[in-house]
Design a protein around this ligand. Structure first.
Ligand code: ADP
Ligand code: MG
Length: 241
């Protein structure tokens, strides 16, 4: 889980430079992100906060290659992500970032273990005969190995989010990005999920999380705030102290 031996711990996993994103709408171009600059380092646990509509989802979607920037650069380990073809982008994303969503987005017709194995199958990241055992090890780490052969609908929200985190970790990506991952969970389960992400960042992953829960900033190493698509606040927070 730690960065590879010899890797520079201060080298950004993702560098965002002069990033802007506008959407074409009926009433013209709508600027959703304006000139964002951000370096994401190993071990960072970064909260992205801001009012609804401030551009948080747009930022994480562009950062993970789910959406394309209108201007600026996203550089990850020497790769200019903004210049990749659709096909190369899918491979980069599959290996380099684990994404977690508010509504889990597990495939309903696949069992939990099959959901977790999917990214490994897609990216051919581990030998086929090792994938199931690796998936089970991740489910054990997240405390839901006993749910492996069930369909997602039979799990609680918290268990489904744990499964989604296991899926995000399938290819051992250095970066995890989560868009309001606790937005659909009760407060106890949401604390457990926050603790999991915090633990992953202590292990050396970089975690970028959209959240509107300001009182949770104690979990984070850094809190950035967006307003009308611009970064208006960038604070070091208390975690890992
Ligand atoms: P947040 O996640 O902070 O609530 P979003 O990134 O979803 O904000 O949206 C930022 C702004 O961009 C909002 O005003 C939203 O309405 C607008 N927006 C988001 N997606 C689109 C789209 N596909 N087309 C046009 N406008 C969009
Ligand atoms: Mg959003």
């Amino acid at each position: 889980m730690r960065p590879a031996a010899g890797a520079d711990p201060d080298a950004p996993l993702i560098s965002i430079r002069g990033l802007s994103k506008s959407y074409e709408t009926k009433s013209g171009r709508f600027p959703a992100l304006r000139n964002i600059n951000l370096d994401v380092l190993p071990g960072n646990f970064i909260a992205v906060v801001g009012k609804s509509g401030s551009g948080k989802s747009t930022l994480v979607n562009v950062m993970t290659g789910i959406d394309t920037p209108s201007a600026g650069e996203i550089i990850a380990g020497g790769t200019k992500v903004h210049l990749l073809s659709e096909e190369k982008l899918a491979v980069w994303r599959g290996r380099s970032v684990g994404v977690v969503f508010q509504f889990f987005q597990l495939l309903p017709t696949l069992t939990i273990i099959e959901n977790v194995m999917l990214p490994m199958d897609f990216c051919n990241a581990f030998p086929a005969r090792e994938r199931r055992e690796r998936g089970l090890a991740l489910l054990r780490k997240l405390g839901i190995a006993d749910q492996a052969d069930k369909l997602p609908a039979y799990l609680s929200g918290g268990q489904q989010q744990r499964a989604a985190i296991a899926r995000a970790l399938a290819n051992d990506p250095p970066i995890l990005v989560a868009d309001e991952p606790t937005g659909n969970l009760d407060s106890k389960t949401s604390d457990e999920v926050m603790a999991l992400f915090a633990e992953l960042s202590v292990e050396g992953k970089a975690v970028v999380m959209v959240t509107h829960e300001r009182d949770r900033t104690r979990w984070f190493t850094r809190v950035i705030e967006l307003s009308d698509g611009a970064m208006v606040n960038d604070q070091k927070a208390g975690a890992h102290a």
